[in-house]
Design a protein around this ligand. Structure first.
Ligand code: GTP
Ligand code: MG
Length: 194
């Protein structure tokens, strides 16, 4: 049993927790299911706000898990309908967060397995690699994808990012919830030992 609580939403990085607990961040395009995944992982249906409209999460939302680490829900990128200045602000806050947060121990890069892998995701991976942030790729909404298309997406990602861990996941069915948790707890435990 895990206990997760919402701490706060912030619009600039000075509001980040200042203690040395590890932070695990959810990153991905708008509408891929970041907020839903927080609810699924924590088994709290209404912890994070979910919407069928893209662009729902416009702040960094911080959750405390078991008083042990933080889950950070970042705004989605690539939301076409937002203003240019808004897009630039999101890009800046996300890159600042990734580049400057010492306590960031793992990023879950979430993609929607139904839609083609986008250049924006490629740029995000380039940032993660540049800043040396450990990450895994979560192939979300896998409940909506055929076995054939799933295999094709694995093949494409393996070719572009060989060796990067990929987890097929669905917040609707709970598929691989445990696998995501064990990846997170593995990172937390090795951090405690270092
Ligand atoms: P932004 O906050 O706009 O960046 O979106 P988000 O990434 O937080 O997405 P959100 O969790 O709000 O989910 C977007 C939509 O996808 C909602 O309608 C969810 O119900 C749906 N959704 C999320 N995860 C899954 C999944 O695993 N399977 C299916 N079928 N639908 C999902
Ligand atoms: Mg969201």
């Amino acid at each position: 049993m895990i206990t997760a609580t919402f701490i706060k939403s912030i619009v600039d990085l000075t509001g980040l927790p200042q203690d040395d607990k590890p932070q695990i961040a959810m990153v991905g395009r708008s509408n891929v299911g970041k907020s839903s995944m927080i609810n699924s992982l924590t088994r709290r249906n209404k912890l994070a706000r979910v919407s069928s409209e893209p662009g729902r999460t416009q702040t960094l939302n911080i959750y405390n898990v078991d008083e042990n680490f933080y889950l950070i829900d970042l705004p989605g990128y690539g939301y076409a309908k937002t203003s240019k200045s808004n897009r630039a602000y999101f890009a800046e806050i996300i890159s600042d967060y990734l580049g400057t947060t010492k306590q960031l121990k793992l990023v879950l890069l979430i993609i929607d397995a139904r839609i083609p892998f986008s250049d924006l995701d490629g740029e995000m991976i380039a940032w993660l690699q540049k800043y040396n942030v450990p990450f895994v790729i979560v192939m979300n909404k896998i409940d909506k994808v055929s076995a054939k298309d799933t295999a094709a997406l694995h093949a494409l990602l393996e070719e572009r990012y060989p060796g990067v861990e990929r987890i097929e996941h669905s917040s609707s069915t709970g598929k691989n919830r445990d696998k995501v948790w064990s990846t997170i707890t593995g990172v937390i435990q090795s951090d405690e030992q270092s």
